[in-house]
Design a protein around this ligand. Structure first.
Ligand code: APR
Length: 231
């Protein structure tokens, strides 16, 4: 039973209308990372950071999964071996598309974290600096997002999955942010076949045994149908 490990990035949600980060007029062309995606930026101006994530949370909750998200859910449902989805994305589109288990290594938009007591709760509506933690009642709510300089979540489990991979696919990521960008090397060391599915070659394209280029809604369903059709 072959184990498949998949890493996704913002490119898989692009055709659902959610912006990527480094494409032309991407999120990092509109906002400075140091202002909205670092602990220092949050300490300096929490209102700006809450506004940035409130806008992304609203956009994400209105977005619909696309054919690529659905295809990965179909692969999880139909492949006889384990299919692990690890995502850098903080939107819930894999789950909306029917995926059963998703590892959100950079956190999720619809979760809130208390900077004082580490309590987590479902953040349905907008958050702001006066939002109280339902556990310790302190106004210390922050987005449950992994910012630059912070440790991504579930890394121990993620490395264990990579160590057991027979097939590793990287979908819709520029492979510019670590540790996710190094997953292809972990999978290779485990003897996995590696494939990059992206709109254009990423910075680590030469690290992959196989590459396929095109919009995720076209190339991911094609790839999934081939994998499902294989023994
Ligand atoms: N189909 C497939 N790939 C696409 C599509 C599409 N329709 N549109 C864009 N892409 C590709 C781009 O070519 C690019 O390589 O998706 C990739 C998006 O790259 P980034 O914008 O850098 O996003 P990502 O790789 O997910 O960023 C990683 O960086 O800022 C941090 O935490 C943030 O999780 C994010 C991490």
């Amino acid at each position: 039973m072959s184990k498949i490990v998949i890493l996704t990035g913002a490119g898989i949600s692009a055709e659902s209308g959610l912006g990527t980060f480094r494409d032309e007029n991407g999120l990092w062309a509109q906002h400075r990372i140091e202002d909205v995606a670092t602990p220092e930026g949050f300490a300096r101006n929490p209102d700006l950071v809450h506004a940035f994530y409130n806008a992304r949370r609203q956009q994400s909750s209105a977005a619909q999964p696309n054919a690529a998200h659905m295809a990965l859910a179909q692969l999880q449902a139909q492949h006889p071996g384990e299919v692990v989805i690890i995502t850098q994305n903080v939107d819930g589109l894999h789950e909306k598309g029917g995926a059963s288990k998703v590892w959100h290594m950079h956190g999720v938009l619809d979760s809130a974290l208390c900077a004082a007591c580490s309590h987590r709760w479902h953040a349905a509506e907008d958050m702001h600096r006066r939002t109280l933690c339902p556990s310790c009642q302190r106004p210390a709510a922050r987005p449950d997002i992994v910012w630059f300089g912070e440790m991504p979540y579930d890394m121990e489990q993620i490395y264990a999955h990579l160590a057991g991979a027979d097939l590793f696919a990287s979908i819709g990521t520029s492979s510019q942010v670590y540790p996710a960008a190094a997953f292809v090397h972990e999978a290779q060391a485990a003897g996995a076949h590696t494939v990059e599915l992206n709109l254009e070659p990423s910075s680590l394209v030469s690290s992959f045994a196989e590459t396929r280029f095109g919009p995720a809604t076209v190339i991911v369903p094609q790839w999934v149908n081939e994998v499902i059709g294989q023994p």
